[in-house]
Design a protein around this ligand. Structure first.
Ligand code: PRP
Length: 210
């Protein structure tokens, strides 16, 4: 049995369809209820719907053998897991954004609002730019508008949220897409099963081994 942590939400549903097409379907998952665990014993697969930012925790600690999560989570929390495949779904980017008229003259500490504290710190550390990180949990775009921060480091997908708040991208921090990850011990003991599944998924997503 392979235990799979999937991110709850639209991306997760798309990912499930890929797993199903690869031969790991679990019809009960389509039932309209609030259950979070679904199993198809015949196919040897059990799915858990978890909060997207929690997938890597389940996988790192072995509660799930494998899972799918965004590269943003892997960069931010650096979980001790194997990254097996780039699924090329949920494509977006981590970016620095600011008000349209903002100009960083580099003279004072830059105030950066973000959910991704570690990603922001390491990005600016590499540049040698001193920053003051303000950790927020959502609606990050409001911070520069209210003067809470100079810039934000956040996920940009279509750019609509920035546009509607009169902000613009200053620079890209790193590209993001969904990744198939595996628990290290599970990979050792269920190598064949996990590799077979990963290969089936790779064939359908044209994913790259990472
Ligand atoms: C993310 C991100 C932006 C938005 C960007 O938020 O934080 O707010 O999506 O998407 P766009 O470029 O297509 O407008 P999400 O919806 O994941 O929720 P959050 O507010 O919890 O971060």
């Amino acid at each position: 049995m392979i235990n799979v942590a999937l991110p709850k939400g639209r991306l997760g549903e798309k990912i499930y369809e890929i797993f199903a097409a690869a031969g790991y379907e679990c019809p009960s998952i389509k039932e309209n209820n609030r259950k979070l665990i679904f199993e198809n014993a015949e196919k040897g697969v059990r799915y858990f719907w978890v909060k997207p930012s929690d997938v890597s925790i389940y996988v790192e600690r072995g509660a799930a053998d494998i899972g799918v999560c965004g590269k943003d989570i892997l960069v931010e929390y650096a979980p001790d897991v194997y990254e097996l495949l780039d699924l090329k779904k949920g494509v977006c980017r981590m970016a620095v954004a600011a008000k349209k008229d903002f100009y960083d003259n580099g003279e004072r500490t830059l105030k950066v609002a973000t959910k991704f504290v570690n990603a922001a710190k390491s990005f600016y550390a590499k540049k040698g730019r001193a920053i003051d990180v303000i950790k927020l949990n959502g609606s990050i775009e409001i911070a520069p508008i209210l003067g809470l921060s100079d810039v934000i480091v956040d996920i940009v997908e279509t750019g609509t949220t920035l546009k509607e708040n009169n902000l613009e991208v200053v620079e890209t921090v790193f590209p993001i897409s969904a990744r198939l990850i595996a628990n290290k011990a599970s990979f050792k003991f269920k190598t064949e099963e996990i590799e077979r599944l990963a290969e089936g998924i790779r064939a359908l997503t044209d994913g790259e081994t990472v």
